[in-house]
Design a protein around this ligand. Structure first.
Ligand code: G4P
Length: 539
């Protein structure tokens, strides 16, 4: 159940001749959860436990406050806050942790999916009273697609919740994963008496502080008279023994392969289990692995500097339309001032002012390695999905664009502003806020988004940032698919036949719009030589 830390300290690694190996001290991860499970609170507490911030309450607005539309806009208007909290980097025990934030609202799940392409592992937060919820499940499925290992934190044990055994069962059966408890609660809610730390073989007090050592033999815990004196704790020990008899022991290889999840029960709010969670990430979460790319995966120890843009965010200064592209480095040692080639655009870019994200502050980076995230300020030269490289020709794969579920025509009330509108849509599409299409017949812009809130945000930003008032009109489509075929003549024929329902995305790739799932099915049936794609790889 134990494993030593992966490598020596980061500074020592930086001094070693093989600085190339410094990436082994990186732990790049995200927290996934359903809204309200406690992700924000846990993020704050992890930063606190690492010493990165002194006071909780710094990360950002939370709960309902964050998710109501007007407040979300307000937060976005203070864009500096969300830029800095998109990536939080902190160091502890010689390791560098890069925590990538994912937006909580379901409407922004596309952004979340892309962020998950940039992490090596994830923490899944579950509310002890609610178990697996819809958004958790969706995000889990994305992690599974990429075999991202997951540590599960069952939150809010300071409140009444569901029976731990029942929860383990639900997690194992819903996610088809082996589960291995490593932090087990003694009672819950008002009866909460602390936890058993099965990795360190000690008790954790009801305030979260580490307590006395206990036997490593779970069966022997029944003879621990002090522990068994409390009837609630005794019942929890019995349940743990049942779980231990039925479940496999934690196995780091099974975890790293994405087949097993270690489970920690705790309370983010009360700081219970947070230090143990951080230890689990430090000791078990994998360092950067080879990243899928064409023509072949890129190993983190490869000397060429490579990376990809997983997120673009408009910066604070709207008048200058500058934005920050978040790049996940995949190999090499990046140094400030370095020239990297944007493979899509075929252009070199001198990265003179990259940013690093230490908790609340942006710091200028001098050096960064695989697993690190750098922010590159630019004026629209970098789009989500772009690959950057210092040498070898590669293109990272697997950064998805999802088929939009809401498709609207953009109505422009002031025709004079057509040019600004075109600029606005181009910029916002590069940021990944929306997808834009040109119909093959007609001249209006068509936008596609994944959720209704995204549409509101789009309209407000076009007006506020580009001075173009717009409306969005339904045009009778409710789904879209990229179309492709091994036979170019077949594709041409399909496009000619369906011209009235076709458009092009901003890369010029053909998209088929369908009025309903049924219409899509019919089109698929009628054109067996055509592939209808619900996701498109960007870049
Ligand atoms: P999210 O980012 O996943 O959406 O969740 P967030 O941290 O905002 O937490 C959602 C609510 O759950 C908050 O309450 C938060 O205080 C509460 N919470 C988080 N962790 C725990 C925990 O371990 N125990 C208990 N009892 N509550 C927890 P709220 O009322 O919405 O906000 P607030 O008024 O507390 O700020």
């Amino acid at each position: 159940m134990t494993e030593t830390l992966d490598t020596a300290t980061a500074p020592a690694a930086a001094r070693r001749p093989d600085r190339q190996a410094a990436y082994r001290s990186r732990r790049t991860f995200a927290i996934i959860s359903h809204p309200d499970a406690g992700k924000t609170t846990l993020t704050e507490k992890l930063l606190l436990a690492s010493g990165a911030i002194r006071m909780a309450g710094h990360v950002r607005a939370r709960g309902e406050q964050r998710r109501t539309r007007s407040d979300w806009m307000e937060i976005e208007q203070k864009r500096g806050i969300s830029v800095t909290s998109s990536v939080m980097t902190f160091e502890r025990d010689g390791l560098t942790f890069n925590l990538l934030d994912t937006p909580g609202h379901a409407d922004f799940s596309e952004d979340t999916y892309r962020t998950l392409t940039a992490v090596d592992s994830a923490i899944m937060v579950i509310d002890v009273a609610k178990g697996i919820e819809s958004q958790t499940l969706k995000l889990f499925e994305v992690c599974r697609l990429r075999d991202i290992p997951i540590i599960t934190f069952v939150n809010k044990v300071d409140r009444e919740g569901r029976d731990p055994l029942e929860l383990l069962d639900e997690i194992a059966s819903t996610l088809a994963l082996d589960v291995a408890p490593v932090l087990w609660p003694l009672g819950m809610g008002v009866d909460f008496k602390g936890c058993i730390d099965l990795a360190a073989h000690r008790l954790i007090g009801s305030n979260g502080a580490p307590g006395r050592p206990i036997s490593a033999d779970i069966d022997a815990l029944s003879r621990d008279t002090e522990l068994m004196a409390d009837p609630n704790a005794a019942r929890s020990v019995e349940e743990l023994q049942l779980a231990a008899a039925a479940l496999p022991r934690f196995d780091i290889d099974a975890y790293r392969a994405g087949h097993m999840t270690p489970i920690l029960f705790g309370s983010a709010l009360k700081g219970i289990g947070v230090a143990e969670l951080l230890r689990a990430v430090a000791e078990w979460a994998p360092p950067p692995a080879p990243q899928p790319a064409k023509p072949e995966p890129v190993a983190p120890g490869d000397p060429d500097v490579t990376g990809f843009v997983f997120k673009v965010q408009a910066n604070m200064d709207r008048n200058h339309r500058d934005r920050v592209a978040f790049v996940r480095l995949c190999s090499g040692i990046f140094a400030r001032g370095m020239k990297l080639r944007n493979v899509r655009a075929g252009r070199d870019l001198a990265i003179s002012n990259p940013m690093f994200f230490f908790a609340q502050d942006r710091e200028t980076v001098d050096e960064a390695v695989a697993g690190d995230v750098i922010g590159i300020p630019n004026h629209g030269t970098l789009s989500v999905g772009d690959t950057l490289t210092s040498g070898r020709e590669v293109r990272f794969t697997g950064i998805p664009n999802f088929a939009p579920e809401i498709i609207r025509r953009v109505r422009l009330s002031d025709a004079i502003k057509a040019k600004q509108l075109s600029k606005a849509l181009g910029d916002l599409a590069e940021e990944g806020v929306t997808q834009v299409f040109r119909p093959m017949i007609g001249a209006d812009w068509i936008v596609g988004v994944v959720g209704p809130l995204q549409l509101d945000v789009l309209g407000t930003r076009i007006e506020a940032e580009y001075g173009v008032p717009v409306g969005f009109e339904p045009i009778g489509y409710d789904t879209a698919r990229w179309v492709a075929s091994a036979d170019p003549a077949e594709l041409k024929r399909f496009i000619a036949l369906n011209r009235a329902n076709m458009g092009e995305d901003r890369y010029g790739d053909p998209v088929f719009f369908a009025a309903s799932a049924w219409a899509l099915q019919r089109a698929e049936k009628n054109a067996p030589a055509i592939r209808f794609l619900a996701t498109r790889e960007m870049g």
